[in-house]
Design a protein around this ligand. Structure first.
Ligand code: APR
Ligand code: PHB
Length: 389
């Protein structure tokens, strides 16, 4: 087999890159380890920046998203019973879009059905070779048979646990990491959201987030120690804890019901430099992770895809490799800004086990400054709606 771009990983990054390349007549093959159903069963975040919304439309997949999404012009930050409305629209002129990553991925898989062979699922032992030559290739096992795809470039879109990043020799690779001493316990429930906007709440008992997918599907989270077991969290215990962390009138208005999904996820910041080695380009979670507090995971993957897609188009249409040469540097500049914002949101809104009284007063001062300063609100809003590409 031969293609122009071999893409390892069929999550949102890999599928979106493939779909965008298709619009320019550039051939690609996506190799995904899992089944489509498995990928679609993963519940992920639900906030899209305008850049991601634009990429979906550019890929020809805006229709269902535009019909079913919810546009949010602001959010609420709650602390110690107080509320700070952040009006994204007034502060930046932009909004964010509520449309689940699961729906994004479903649209991408559905679109791929038009081109049999463009997305191959259940591929084992995917392995790129000769990435530092001008004739790279990828081998894999599908239906018990070893296959080989020759290509011009390889896009490593295989997430944090993928193989691609490991292909950059250890002495050429630098990894930056921070793990947070807590996780997020999250549920999905078929109940109306407590408020029309998201609520990011900090309280003496820790962080809580009220999010949503639609009018009758809510997504709620509470910060918890990573030592907790999900079996120890009955629905009643979860709802009680969530309500304790919210301003009273929201807690009273909360409609509760059985959870349809429940899980605990760790929080981590991670960046791999560089994001390119020879003919391999890393995108999305394969290269960087953010804690979910700023809703930047999928959106930062999207900006990588934007840069790589445009660089590949420049190469194939104008025989100009400049964008590819600069991909790592360009992508990382924006990645680090998303890392900074996600770290800031996480640090300001969570309780840390080793926090001193001084740290707690600084956190409160941050919140009071945010409440009283339009400039501070603008900084938050500008980052939350997404920095320009
Ligand atoms: N071979 C083939 N596929 C692989 C391999 C491998 N060795 N390792 C991992 N994969 C697949 C995974 O099964 C997964 O479907 O790569 C895909 C990576 O998808 P994601 O982890 O979703 O990463 P990405 O596409 O970069 O999406 C960006 O945004 O909201 C965040 O973290 C969230 O997943 C999200 C991310
Ligand atoms: C979600 O709805 O899953 C969600 C929203 C905002 C975040 C994180 C997760 O910051």
């Amino acid at each position: 087999m031969r293609t122009q771009v071999a893409i390892i990983g069929g999550g949102p990054s890999g599928l979106l890159l493939s779909q965008l390349l298709r619009t320019k007549g550039i051939a690609s093959v996506v190799l995904e380890r899992r089944s489509r159903d498995y990928v679609l069963s993963r519940i992920r975040a639900g906030i899209l920046e305008r850049g991601m919304v634009g990429l979906m439309r550019q890929a020809g997949l805006g229709e269902r998203m535009d019909k079913e999404c919810y546009v949010h012009d602001g959010t609420l930050i709650a602390f110690d019973g107080e509320e700070i409305p952040i009006d994204f629209k007034a502060l930046t002129g932009h909004s964010v879009t509520v449309y689940g990553q699961t729906e994004v991925t479903r649209d991408l898989y559905d679109a791929a059905e038009a081109d049999p062979g463009r997305v191959l699922t259940e591929c084992d032992e995917v392995m790129p070779h000769d990435l530092d030559s001008d004739k790279p290739y990828v081998t894999f096992v599908k239906d018990g048979q070893t296959q080989r795809i020759d290509c011009d470039y390889v896009a490593g879109c295989d997430g944090f646990h993928g193989i691609s990043r490991q292909m950059i020799p250890a002495e050429k690779r630098r990894e930056y990491e921070k793990t947070y001493p807590f996780g997020w316990l999250g549920i999905l429930s078929e109940t109306p959201p407590v408020h029309e906007e998201l609520i990011y709440a900090t309280s003496q008992r820790g962080f809580a987030l009220c999010s949503m997918r639609n009018e009758n599907l809510s997504r709620y989270f509470v910060q918890c120690p990573m030592t907790e077991k999900v079996e120890e969290w009955s629905d009643d215990r979860f709802w009680d804890e969530l309500r304790r962390r919210l301003p009273a009138h929201h807690a009273e208005a909360m409609v509760t019901g059985p959870s349809i999904e429940k899980g605990i996820a760790p929080l981590r910041s991670f960046v791999c430099e560089p994001m390119r080695w020879g003919r391999l380009f890393l995108c999305g979670d394969a290269a960087h992770i953010v804690p979910p507090t700023g809703a930047k995971g999928l959106n930062t993957a999207a900006s990588d895809i934007h840069y790589l897609f445009n660089a590949l188009v420049q190469f194939y249409e104008e025989a100009d490799a400049d964008g590819l040469e600069r991909y790592s540097e360009t992508a990382l500049t924006r990645v680090w800004k998303a890392e900074r914002f996600s770290w800031w949101m996480t640090t300001q809104l969570h309780r840390f086990p080793d926090q001193t009284d001084f740290d707690l007063r600084i956190q409160r001062a941050e919140m009071e400054f945010l409440r009283d300063s339009e400039a501070a609100q603008k900084v938050l809003a500008e980052n939350y709606v997404g920095l320009p590409y």
